[in-house]
Design a protein around this ligand. Structure first.
Ligand code: ADE
Length: 237
């Protein structure tokens, strides 16, 4: 899968994603991440890409021409018009379900805004999806873009190895993940639950399921209600 990140801070993207699991996947050729510097497409002699907002008000607005020219260069290289995700606190809140949906694309463009945002005409011309990572405001779209790319990447076949498998994770089955333990068996007077040492696979599964339910009810009552409703529906079938 190929990501194209349109940004004014390309180093942030490359430095952030060229390490750890995404870095390994890039090296293996399973992913590519190209940071496209919007400033390279400025036609201004000072390479300016922002200007004052019409109508007044605080801050600067990113201009439409360099943003659209940067996108055109991606269209030329990829040979088609890929989906364009604009990172904005005004978008739909990002979910695991959306990550699965985006993971079906071969090419995905992520547009990062800065300052007071981007000229609406550029957004109307190129953006297909408006996505927020939560109800808080960051200084720019680069960290949100990395969050989205990291989440999608681990769903791309081959990116995770067996021991990192994505299937039993929180959100994949509508519940939060159960607690995990490793050696030593006793730490600061606290023992690993006996059932996990029993070797009884069925009992371990049941214990984990109960812990998942407990945890979800406590920390995410909204998810818990939805899960119980869904299970009741399934039982009626
Ligand atoms: N840019 C600034 N804040 C953001 C957020 N919460 N989500 C996505 N993009 C953003």
């Amino acid at each position: 899968m190929n990501f194209y990140v349109m940004t004014l801070f390309p180093d942030m993207i490359t430095n952030g994603l060229n390490t750890s699991i995404t870095g390994r996947a890039i090296e293996k050729g399973l992913l590519s991440v190209e940071a496209v510097d919007i400033r390279d497409f400025s036609t201004n002699k000072h390479m300016k890409v922002d200007d004052y907002p019409y109508g007044g008000g605080a801050g600067m607005v990113m201009q439409a021409p360099p943003v659209c020219a940067a996108f055109d260069s991606i269209v030329q290289r990829s040979g088609h018009r890929p989906r364009v995700v604009y990172m904005t606190p005004q978008g739909h809140t990002f979910t695991q379900k959306m990550a699965h949906e985006f993971a079906k694309e071969d090419d995905l463009v992520i547009l990062c805004g800065h300052y007071e945002g981007i000229d609406e005409r550029a957004l109307e011309a190129i953006v297909t999806d408006y996505v927020s990572i939560g109800d808080y405001v960051l200084t720019g779209g680069e960290l949100p873009a990395m969050v989205v790319i990291d989440t999608i990447s681990r769903l791309v076949p081959g990116v995770l190895n067996n021991s990192e498998s994505a299937e039993t994770e929180s959100f994949e089955n509508g519940l939060l993940e159960y607690p995990q333990y490793t050696r030593p068996v006793e730490f600061n007077g606290m023992r690993v639950p006996d059932v996990l040492l029993s070797g009884h696979h069925g009992k371990v599964e049941e214990w984990r399921y109960q812990k998942s339910l407990e945890r979800t009810k406590k920390f995410r009552p909204d998810m818990y209600e939805a899960y119980i409703k869904e299970s009741a529906k399934d039982n009626e079938k």
